[in-house]
Design a protein around this ligand. Structure first.
Ligand SMILES: O=C(O)c1ccc(O)c(O)c1
Ligand SMILES: [Mg+2]
Length: 629
């Protein structure tokens, strides 16, 4: 399978686009005519530049409004095409995309279109060129790949084939299985794009909101399964019109695109094992079995505040690293590692970001398989020189330059706590906290698609619908990604304005980072009481909130009083599941802890409560405590 991407998909000038496309590992590209017209290079120079980057021109596009025109427009359209053929020869492009006409004077009729295209294919063939016909979802007469195929079939010219574009087919909800009837060798090119499911005009949706396969809501895997079933063996090419991507980093967008194609083909091979050459080459999506540890980078000056916060939540120092300035704090299945080394990765992370989460350890069944899959999906592997007696634990780069380590029992990596740490023997209180419920990573809104693709392509984790969280000073978008059993949950919070709490955190922590950590309690009231006894100060919630809560859910007075007493926020889902949560006050730098209890299969994150939490945090930061009777 050759991979390709349309130049429109990426930001920058043509030189920047080519460098990014080549660096990401694509085999070739589609030249979008507009990109070429805006560039100063001659077509010959441009063709050479492309080849110098090790890339192939897979397609020249688009040629518009060709078929079905009355004379003299028809003759002029043929002249236009001849001019483009000259250009393609100079560029070294062999295949041209013709998209279905939107011309107001274009006449319908399958045979008329077939005749026009067959005649043009004859001219193209004389020059050694080929044509592909694509149905635009908003084409005037042809807007369905089935009609485009019928036209190509009737034209019956070897230099004319069909071009499929997942957006045009899936955006109009055309059953992708209709593609299975088309002979694979009559499909000349396949363009891929996903998109979020939003109701809007097709053309506007297509030109502004497309995204990479796996980043949206369209059944792109089903589309690609059907394409693969035809025997199509040509390039897979991304054609992504997206306003965010146009302003993004060329390298980052190109890397995400490459990752999305590898992910897509992996999903297709798993779903269609009978296909020739279809054996999966990657380990399957990795089951994340839970968070094994959360590591903070800090130093001797800042660490005591974090240690105090941990102690007030009922953690104790369980072990001290045998030869590093690293301790592990423990409660239930939760391990918080505190790294105050003066050299190495954690230290450089601390110098860049201040005290914060530099490393997440995930429990998996097979750590080696995890990095193998991650590497095949273009993740960056992480290595650091090992000290004496240290275990070599596989790791990759994650959000904001942090690290993800993978711990398994299979290769004994879960022995690391015994191997590398000396037990302190300190008393182990139990405040009822059992495990990490979720980790919330805050990032720029423009990074959200990228990181959600990162997690969902490597792991067996699914995206939940994106939610809008209303901060009094702007919108924050929240995207949860969770393993099917809910045992590993990550939420991505995307800030659009620096005035929001998330945006302020982003600026203060010098980049994307974990902003809060939610810990599960098996009895949130008992945990709240034990923590209060140890000096934990919760984030204070207003009287107005509790009055409204009573009205909303009809909770009894006793329950409301207990929630209020411990500043616990409450939410119910439609099937009676309940979510109880309270927050600690932020540490210097803005990171905070949350304690949650899920009851009755509740599967969300308390989205209704988020604005109250944000308002309370902002009140606290402005130094306004709530007077309480
Ligand atoms: O939006 C367009 O006009 C357009 C042009 C060419 C394509 O291949 C396409 O999918 C859309
Ligand atoms: Mg297209």
């Amino acid at each position: 399978m050759k991979t390709s991407i349309a130049t429109v998909s990426i930001a920058g000038n043509l030189g920047e686009k080519l460098a990014a496309i080549s660096a990401a590992g694509f085999d070739g590209l589609e030249i979008f005519e507009q990109d070429f017209l805006q560039d100063a290079a001659s077509p010959r120079e441009l063709g050479q530049m492309i080849r110098d980057h090790g890339l192939e021109v897979m397609l020249f596009q688009p040629f518009r409004d060709f078929e079905g025109l009355p004379e003299p427009l028809r003759a002029r359209a043929f002249d236009r095409a001849r001019h483009k053929f000259d250009l393609m020869a100079e560029l070294g492009a062999e295949l041209m995309l013709i998209c279905s006409s939107v011309h107001p004077q274009a006449m319908g009729g399958i045979d008329r279109a077939a005749d026009d295209l067959a005649e043009l294919a004859g001219i193209a063939a004389e020059r050694g060129l080929r044509l592909g016909y694509e149905a635009l979802a908003w084409g005037r007469h042809v807007n369905d790949h089935r009609d485009a195929w019928e036209i190509v079939r009737r034209a019956d010219h070897p230099a004319l084939g069909l071009i499929l574009d997942s957006f045009h087919s899936l955006g109009r909800r055309i059953d992708p299985d209709t593609i299975r009837r088309i002979p694979g060798d009559r499909i000349f090119f396949v363009q891929l794009a996903d998109a979020p499911q939003i109701e809007m005009d097709l053309l506007y949706w297509s030109r502004h909101f497309r995204n990479m396969p796996g980043e949206g809501d369209l059944p792109v895997v089903d589309f690609m399964r059907a394409v693969a079933a035809t025997g199509y063996a040509g390039p897979l090419s991304l054609e992504i019109f997206n306003d965010q991507f146009r302003g993004g980093s060329p390298e980052g967008i190109a890397r995400d695109g490459h990752r999305s194609l590898i992910w897509l083909m992996d999903q297709v091979h798993r779903a269609e094992p009978a296909l020739a050459g279809g054996a999966p080459v990657l380990p399957p999506n990795i089951r994340a079995l839970g968070v094994e540890f959360i590591e903070f980078a800090s130093d001797a000056v800042e660490a005591p505040a974090l240690e105090q916060a941990l102690a007030r939540m009922g953690f104790h120092r369980e072990g001290v690293h045998r030869n590093k300035s690293v301790t592990v704090w423990r409660q239930g299945d939760i391990r918080i590692v505190l790294n105050t080394e003066g050299t190495g990765f954690a230290h450089s992370f601390f110098l860049n970001h201040g005290t914060g989460v530099c490393d997440l350890g995930l429990r998996v069944e097979d750590a080696q398989a995890t990095v193998t899959r991650a590497a095949a999906l273009d993740a960056r592997l992480f290595h650091q020189p090992l000290g004496p007696g240290e275990m070599d634990i596989p790791a990759i780069r994650g959000v904001g330059g942090s690290i993800l380590h993978f711990i398994d029992a299979k290769s004994g990596l879960d022995d690391v706590w015994q191997v590398e740490f000396t037990p302190t023997g300190e008393a182990a209180p139990d405040f009822g906290l059992t495990r990490v419920d979720h980790v919330a990573e805050t990032m720029d809104y423009d990074e959200m698609l990228s990181w959600s693709l990162f997690y969902s392509s490597i792991f067996d984790m699914q995206r939940r619908p994106m939610l809008d969280v209303i901060d009094p000073d702007g919108l924050v978008r929240s995207q949860a990604i969770a393993a099917p059993d809910g045992g590993t949950r990550i939420t991505l919070n995307g800030a659009q304005s620096h005035r929001t709490l998330a945006g302020g955190f982003l600026a203060d922590s010098m980049g994307s980072a974990v902003q809060h950590i939610a810990l599960a309690s098996h009895d949130i009231f008992a945990s709240a009481e034990a923590m209060a006894g140890a000096g934990f100060q919760p984030l204070e919630i207003t009287e107005n909130y509790y009055a409204d809560l009573q009205a909303r859910y009809g909770l009894d007075d006793g329950m409301i009083a207990r929630l209020r007493r411990w500043n616990i926020l409450y939410e119910q889902d439609d099937s009676g599941g309940e979510f109880l949560q309270f927050y600690g006050r932020p540490l210097a730098g803005g990171l905070f802890f949350e304690i949650v209890e899920r009851r009755g299969g509740y599967d969300g994150y308390g989205a209704l409560n988020a604005p109250f939490r944000i308002a309370a945090l902002k009140r606290l930061m402005r130094g306004k405590a709530i007077p309480r009777a």
